[in-house]
Design a protein around this ligand. Structure first.
Ligand code: AMP
Length: 227
């Protein structure tokens, strides 16, 4: 996925920001791009389960062989296999001080499993960004992408699955007080600003490049960061 990265390197953060976050959003919402941008800004790893599975397929590992057909069809890999993938990744040293999960959890069972895994690690989620993009824009973006599993009927299937099983997680995490709504239908930089504002962090690099009226420092509430 494209990473423009024009200002990502320009900021020395010193220590990593210990955020444990999930990016929630439909296929084509740009959450993968945002995860990569936030990863650089915050100094914590972006963990994309889709990317990990595609790498497993490319490497021809056992997992890769098991999930190859599923990825091509646009269906979901079983929860048990995904829990193993995510657990193995979250215990790695670089995730000890925070992470950005992209593509997991995908349904309520996975969300509950994630809480369990994090509980075993003695931690929990800090927040869940919901990158909100209108349906028509999602379809337009998805068709413009160039992945092997991005054929139109596969895109439809992934969007349908998203609506059925993943979208309800917005309510699930909302009830837990973790959700932060972000308008994903705006330029990449502004989406990043809105996500950073949700963390109550000032971002001088971006705001110098382009004034961001909705992303002043010191934003205190989830409502206030809906830009
Ligand atoms: P993504 O790059 O997140 O769109 O994921 C690409 C594909 O990987 C999906 O269409 C699924 O087949 C599989 N996948 C990724 N994450 C998960 C997950 N959390 N649960 C089940 N399948 C997943």
């Amino acid at each position: 996925m494209a990473e423009t990265g024009e200002m990502s390197e320009s900021r020395d953060l010193g220590a990593a920001k210990p955020v444990r976050g999930v990016l929630l959003g439909a296929p084509g919402s740009g959450k993968g791009t945002q995860a990569a941008r936030l990863s650089k800004r915050l100094g914590i790893p972006a963990i994309s389960t889709g990317e990990m599975l595609r790498e497993a397929v490319a490497a021809g590992s056992d997992l890769g062989r098991r999930v190859e057909e599923i990825l091509i069809s646009g269906a979901l890999v079983d929860d048990e296999a995904m829990a193993e993938v995510v657990r193995n990744r979250l215990v790695e040293a670089d995730a000890a001080n925070g992470f950005l999960l992209d593509g997991y959890p995908r349904n309520q069972e996975q969300a509950e499993k994630l809480a369990e895994i994090l509980g075993e690690l003695g931690t929990q989620l800090d927040l869940v960004w919901f990158v909100d993009v209108p349906k028509e824009e999602l379809m337009r973006r998805a068709l413009a992408r160039q992945r092997e599993d991005d054929k139109e009927e596969v895109i439809e299937k992934r969007l349908e699955l998203y609506r059925k099983v993943t979208d309800p997680l917005v309510g699930y995490y909302g009830d837990l007080g973790l959700i932060r709504h972000v308008d994903g239908n705006q330029p990449i930089e502004r989406v990043t600003e809105a996500m950073m504002a949700a963390l109550e962090i000032d971002c001088p690099a971006d705001s110098q490049a382009e004034p961001q009226p909705g992303a002043e420092p010191g934003v205190k509430s989830a409502e206030a960061v809906e830009v």
